[in-house]
Unconditional design. Structure first.
Length: 369
């Protein structure tokens, strides 16, 4: 059985917590400096998920020969079924008025458009991006083995070029209209392909760059501070407060990846009761990602209904909303993860977790978990 790499569990946890932070702070970025800084701090999360997708796919298939085609059937199934079910769940939640008024055909029309366009809710577009990666992965893998340099260069040009166009179209001092697509410009694969292919490259040469990073803590922190400062200044200048696909974030994402890996290595050096918690969150990160916007929206509306909006006011209110959303999401995820059918919603069922634990017992300290 393939076992997870511990440091990358750490990275995945920071990514899912970062996505929740983006969604909590997005309504406040122009209201308070605190929300703005926190939001920009978390902008690594979405592109890093793309990077991790390429990393893990390539790492899992590292023992396959070039002529052997990677099996994608189960992987696609694990993506498509949760996407269908969560789009239905969010359609029931957001369009309940249509059903209440017996406008069933309008609801079905909304559902099919949401499935096709990835607009079932604010985060579901991500699923369509990963779906495209899965479709193209066998071909990308073959291309990578034939000519890794050309693939990385082409994907870099595509991602930087298209992200620059998107960025400039929303730039406060430039601004222009891009041609209309049936999808949002966040969905087509060229927008993100460099993160995915770079993840493949990082998986192949993992030992080299991991060894190179040893003893470079201060340099990583300095690089992180500089790139984050660049993101903040760029966002203020361009007024692209809620945009994650822009050139300045590309550099920030990669620096964060190396820094988080280094932090993860330090985190797992000594025994810590938090290890099992981080491993579990990483294991259930897909379900947490899919579930948390529903709970965030419900908790917000619940506060309004019960005249508790004061809980969300000010910087302390933003922190309250974040912590409550995270805690409630983790609790419900834990309860749902007890059921064997939870894989249909993107979770990891008990039997699969038990196998993972059994496999980890045989690990030596320097192996992956």
């Amino acid at each position: 059985m393939e076992n997870r790499l511990r440091e990358y569990d750490f990275i995945r946890v920071l990514c899912v917590l970062g996505v929740i932070a983006i969604h909590v702070t997005s309504h406040f970025v122009t209201r308070t400096d605190f929300a703005f800084i926190w939001n920009q701090l978390s902008r690594f999360a979405v592109p890093m998920f793309m990077l991790l997708s390429g990393f893990f796919l390539f790492y899992q298939d590292r023992k396959l020969q070039l002529h052997q085609r990677p099996s994608m059937k189960k992987r696609m199934k694990r993506l498509i079924i949760p996407y269908l079910l969560w789009t239905i769940i969010y359609a029931l939640y957001t369009q309940s008025g249509l059903l209440h008024n017996q406008n069933y055909f309008m609801w079905i029309d909304y559902l099919f458009k949401s499935l096709w366009q990835g607009k079932g809710y604010v985060h579901l577009y991500f699923m369509l991006i990963v779906f495209q990666f899965y479709l193209l992965y066998p071909w990308l893998r073959s291309w990578y083995y034939r000519s890794p340099n050309s693939m990385l260069i082409v994907s870099f040009i595509l991602t930087v070029g298209i992200q620059s166009l998107i960025y400039l179209s929303q730039h406060d001092k430039v601004g222009f209209l891009l041609p209309k697509l049936w999808w949002s410009y966040s969905i087509p694969i060229p927008v993100w392909i460099f993160f995915f292919t770079a993840g493949m490259f990082l998986a192949q040469c993992r030992e080299h760059w991991e060894n190179w990073l040893k003893g470079k803590t201060l340099w990583l922190l300095l690089a992180w501070a500089l790139t984050f400062g660049l993101v903040v200044m760029d966002t203020i200048w361009s007024r692209t407060y809620t945009l994650s696909n822009k050139p300045s974030i590309i550099l920030y994402c990669f620096i964060c990846f190396f820094l988080f890996y280094h932090m993860g290595r330090l985190f797992y050096q000594k025994k810590n009761p938090l290890h099992s918690i981080f491993n579990w969150i990483s294991e259930q990160s897909f379900l947490i990602f899919l579930l948390h916007p529903l709970l965030l929206s419900y908790l917000s509306s619940l506060a309004v209904t019960n005249k508790l909006e004061f809980m969300w006011k000010g910087n302390l209110g933003i922190v309250n909303q974040y912590l409550i959303t995270v805690i409630v999401t983790l609790l419900i995820t834990y309860l749902l993860s007890r059921f064997s059918w939870i894989h249909l919603l993107g979770g990891v069922p008990p039997k699969r977790r038990a196998k993972g634990i059994a496999a980890n017992v045989t690990h030596t300290p320097n192996q992956t978990t």
